[in-house]
Design a binder for this molecule. Structure first.
Ligand SMILES: [Mg+2]
Length: 269
C-alpha cells in the first residue's frame, strides 16, 4: 500500500481495526462482488428522491472497481428498476436488484414481473384507499411500484404519520389476499409478491460466482441482505439501529472512503 492509499484506508476505518482487516482480506478474494444499497448508503437521504445521486468519492471508487478484473458492482434497492437506473446513472452492464429483489437486471437483461389479474386488481383497490389517506394527510405521498404501493410520510408529523400508516394497514387488511407489509424509513409498503434483498444478493452471488461479498446498507430491509452473508463476506451497517451486520460506519461519506480503500487494494492485487 502506498502512503495515499494507506491514509485513505486509515481514515475510512478509523477506530475499527477489525473492519480494516476485513476489507484487506476481502480485497484478496478471487471473485469479488461489491453490492450496495443506494439511498442513505452511497447517496445521502434527500427530500426529493429523484434528486439522489451517488456521492462523487463513491462513484470514482465504483468506476475503478468495475474496471478491475474478477470484480463486480451491483446496486440492491427498494426502488423500482426504472427509477434505480435513473438515480444510479447505471450503464447497460450494471447489475441491479430493484423493488427489494422482485426486479432483477443481470447481464443479459431485465426480468419481467408480469402481474396476474388478481394481483393487479388488489393493487388497484389498495391504491384507491391510499389515495384517500394521502389526500387527508398533508405531506404524505403514494408511490406506485411494480408489485406494490408505498405510503411515504417523510416530513409528516409523527402522530399524523402513525395514523396514516394505521389506516393503510386496515385498508390492506380489508382488501385481503395477504399483502406483504414492509416498513422502512418514512415509508410503509404493501406488496403482492415476496422477495427480499437477501434473495437478490444470493442471485447476484450465483450470477458472478463470487467468493467474497461486500454488502452495505442503512435500512431495516438491508437486514435481509446481511442475513445471507457468510464468514467470507463483509456486512456494513450504515448509521444507527439494530443490525446483524458485522460492522458499522457512521454515514455515506465513510462508505465512500471504505470503497476507495477497497478499490485501491483490489487494483493492486
Ligand atoms: Mg437505504
Amino acid at each position: 500500500m502506498d502512503e495515499a492509499t494507506r491514509s485513505r484506508h486509515d481514515a475510512a476505518v478509523a477506530g475499527d481495526p477489525d473492519l480494516a482487516d476485513a476489507i484487506r482480506r476481502l480485497a484478496e478474494t478471487p471473485r469479488l462482488l461489491v453490492a450496495l444499497d443506494f439511498d442513505g448508503t452511497v447517496s445521502p437521504l434527500v427530500d426529493n428522491p429523484a434528486d439522489s445521486r451517488v456521492i462523487p468519492e463513491a462513484r470514482s471508487a465504483l468506476d475503478l472497481l468495475e474496471h478491475t478484473p474478477d470484480t463486480w458492482v451491483a446496486f440492491v434497492s427498494g426502488r423500482p428498476l426504472d427509477g434505480l437506473i435513473r438515480v444510479t446513472e447505471a450503464d447497460e452492464s450494471a447489475l441491479l436488484i430493484a423493488s427489494h429483489g422482485v426486479e432483477v437486471r443481470l447481464t443479459g437483461g431485465a426480468v419481467d414481473v408480469g402481474l396476474s389479474d388478481g394481483e393487479r386488481s388488489r393493487l388497484a383497490a389498495l391504491a384507491v384507499e391510499l389515495d384517500r389517506i394521502v389526500a387527508a394527510t398533508p405531506g404524505s405521498k403514494i408511490e406506485h411500484k411494480p408489485v406494490g404501493l408505498g405510503l411515504h410520510t417523510r416530513g409528516v408529523p409523527t402522530n399524523a404519520a402513525a395514523a396514516a400508516n394505521e389506516q393503510a394497514r386496515a385498508a390492506a387488511h380489508a382488501i385481503g389476499g395477504g399483502f406483504l407489509e414492509r416498513a422502512g424509513k418514512d415509508i410503509l409498503e404493501f406488496a403482492v409478491r415476496d422477495a427480499t434483498k437477501g434473495d437478490g444478493i444470493e442471485r447476484l452471488r450465483e450470477h458472478v460466482g463470487a467468493t467474497g461479498v461486500l454488502y452495505a446498507g442503512d435500512d431495516v430491509t438491508d437486514e435481509d441482505g446481511f442475513a445471507v452473508l457468510t464468514s467470507d463476506d463483509v456486512g456494513v451497517k450504515v448509521g444507527p439501529g439494530e443490525t446483524r451486520a458485522g460492522f458499522r460506519v457512521a454515514d455515506p461519506d465513510v462508505v465512500a472512503g471504505l470503497l476507495q480503500s477497497l478499490a485501491s487494494l483490489r487494483a493492486r492485487n
